[in-house]
Design a protein around this ligand. Sequence first.
Ligand code: FAD
Length: 469
Amino acid sequence: MKRRGCVIGSGPNGLAAAVILAQAGLHVDVFEAEPRPGGAARTMELTLPGFLHDFGSAVHPLAAGSPFFSSLPLHDYGLEWIQSPAPLAHPLDDGTAVILERRLEDTRAALGTDGKSWGKLMKPFVERWKEFAPEVLRPVTSIPRHPWLRARFGVAALLPATILAHRFRNERTRALFAGLAAHSFLSLDEPLSGAFGLMMAVPAHAVGWPIPRSGSQSLTNALCAYLAKFGGIVKTSSRIESLDTLSNYDVILCDVTPRQLLRIAGQRLSNRYKRQLASFRYGPGVFKVDYALREPIPWKAPECLRAATLHLGGSFEEIAASEKAVRKGKHADRPFVLLAQPSLFDPSRAPLGKHTAWAYCHVPNGSNFDMLEKLEDQIERFAPGFRDCVLTRRVFSPAELETMDANLIGGDIGGGAMDIRQFLFRPTWRHYATSARDIFICSSSTPPGGGVHGMCGYHAARAALTGLK
Ligand SMILES: Cc1cc2nc3c(=O)[nH]c(=O)nc-3n(C[C@H](O)[C@H](O)[C@H](O)COP(=O)(O)OP(=O)(O)OC[C@H]3O[C@@H](n4cnc5c(N)ncnc54)[C@H](O)[C@@H]3O)c2cc1C
């Protein structure tokens, strides 16, 4: 008889796990609570008819560079990556912008006196991305396949961004690096914040920061279609409240975070493991806004129109202050804002001549503070007249995000804080395994953590298959 596996949740990690199980010959069912698959990789008309907005992920360096997704023929199932001419623009108050260029040599030239240091820091990992990506997108406690590469990354990555940024003399380069490191949701003087700076910059040069044509749903749809080829089925509007209802499966993979796992699997787990799960810490949340725009954003620095992604926060010190405030449970006065303007490069996102924008800032977990004015003040600072371009907007507080994807606990988009403890043991020392032989956890609460790369699901499913042998 064919073995049966099921996956709870159809986020990128759930679908990656489902594909691995199906490729190994299991009959696979995926149960998804929401009416549409994808979790935080979904695209919807969130504002007006004809305007397509990414509910969660918008820009995909780690999906394009994912060792697992790259091994699948997703292009044949409708996934098309679009690269904006430059991955990232970081506007400054003087009306110019620092540009992270796609080619390392171009960034080196653009950064002037800091170009050499930037190149020296990034080059070893950019040139060996194919070996580097699998090395860093798995548990750090696993035996390295490329020890020299891992050690070289580890030395730089463990440092706080504040220390790593000492390599740069120019305020412009330091500001650029601060924006990249702030993806960590850590204070920039905390260890590991530098790792995020590198993990964002290296793929920009190695694979770009592409957006999928028609939005992140295209990635999800391609994964679902590929899964269907192996007979895998995604059952939407099927929230699992208890694993007791799933007794006819040989293995169960849960694309949920520890708090949810405790709720749905509690009775199947040992008390010790439950205590470990209960001590898992969530990170800050996000406050997100989707915009339907009558015209492109009127950036003061015209070079901002070359990039699909913008970091709005000014200098290194300002971004560091914003992130420190959030880590202390406060709301930044001048929040660091991440903004995407996909319709400039993908006309399928909006009616002819119209545009979309996606923006969020970090807030304390579970915050119900209305950050709209502060967030838009930051956009206006670098694009005066922005508010006049808005046809309509849709605001998501952390609680509203969580109602549309139960994994976004308190608005945490990374599946849990990425401090040293949870970098090493995520969510526990067992990583993907639980205290129950047939239950595994495969969400971004496992290594390597947040982002659309599917590697949590990939490793979890492989661990589950080993247990089945
Ligand atoms: C606003 C926002 C912006 C982001 N931007 C980016 C970006 O630009 N680039 C990037 O790489 N990443 C980005 N991310 C992060 C990225 O989307 C996540 O890290 C990734 O989606 C995690 O995948 P996952 O499969 O672990 O979980 P999710 O994508 O959250 O999927 C979990 C799924 O499980 C389902 N589920 C939960 N509980 C149950 C249950 N009991 N029964 C059935 N189904 C259940 C949920 O409905 C959901 O569909 C962003 C996320 C958000 C929210």
